[in-house]
Design a protein around this ligand. Structure first.
Ligand SMILES: [Zn+2]
Length: 248
């Protein structure tokens, strides 16, 4: 009899314990899903472009200071804002672009011809390379004469890119810097396409190739890297094939 009662007691305790610990406890089913991988440099999965810090400049060769535009800061900022929006939309919010504009024009150490060389064809890439070198040495290096910690520092993990508004001719981009002639952002002829050209050059800093043949300039893509370079930036896009190579 006692054995029987002990057995019943255990059963009751067991049932109570089960009710206490087991009943009413919601079972949580976890869905396994993968986080979208961060976008990267064109064809380079090891080089993230999920965070980009643009350092923006107005660069004026020393013999062209009289041509200095009074609206450079506004037009540069306007184009940067359009670029940020375009990038956020096209890269589906997976790449963040922040920017800082150097508050005064950078007066070059050399004259215009020294940056341009005799050959300014194909977007004047010689001038871009020369300006990029000078900016790195004078502004971004802590020993430079125009270094300013607040401006020059790039916090990890941001990828630094220089965007240069040039008091000269051309438009070109390389893997860490791009430039457009100031004319594109102030001349009424380019009021609809100036920001598109600016943004097109920026995408060369992410490794995107041109969507047209060189030197004939016959478009081979419809997007901003090709034919779409001639449309307002709000009305163009980055084609699927390029996005894929950016990891989107
Ligand atoms: Zn291009």
């Amino acid at each position: 009899m006692v054995k029987y009662l002990i057995g019943v007691l255990f059963l009751i305790i067991g049932a109570l314990a089960w009710m206490y610990f087991g009943v009413g406890k919601p079972k949580v089913y976890q869905e396994s899903f993968q986080l979208a991988p961060s976008p990267h440099f064109y064809g380079r999965p090891d080089l993230s472009v999920s965070k980009i810090a643009i350092k923006a400049f107005y660069f004026v060769p020393k013999n062209r200071t009289k041509r200095t535009s009074s609206e450079w800061y506004q037009v540069l900022e306007k184009s940067l804002k359009k670029l940020v929006n375009f990038n956020s939309l096209q890269l589906q919010g997976r790449s963040e672009v922040v920017y800082k504009i150097y508050p005064v024009p950078i007066v070059g150490e050399k004259e215009g011809i020294d940056y341009d060389t005799e050959n300014t064809q194909y977007g004047n890439p010689q001038a871009l390379l020369a300006m990029n070198r000078e900016i790195k040495r004078r502004v971004l290096d802590s020993a430079g004469d125009l270094y300013d910690l607040d401006f020059s520092e790039t916090e990890a993990p941001y990828r630094r890119v220089a965007m240069i508004l040039y008091e000269g001719v051309g438009a070109s981009g390389t893997d860490d810097a791009a430039m457009v002639s100031r004319i594109f952002l102030t001349d009424p002829e380019y009021s609809l396409t100036g920001a598109t050209i600016f943004t097109h050059e920026f995408y060369h800093t992410l490794g995107l190739p041109d969507g047209y043949t060189i030197p004939e300039a016959v478009p081979t893509t419809e997007d901003i890297m090709g034919l779409g370079k001639q449309r307002p930036v709000e009305k163009t896009y980055i084609q699927r094939e390029f996005l894929r190579k950016l990891g989107i």
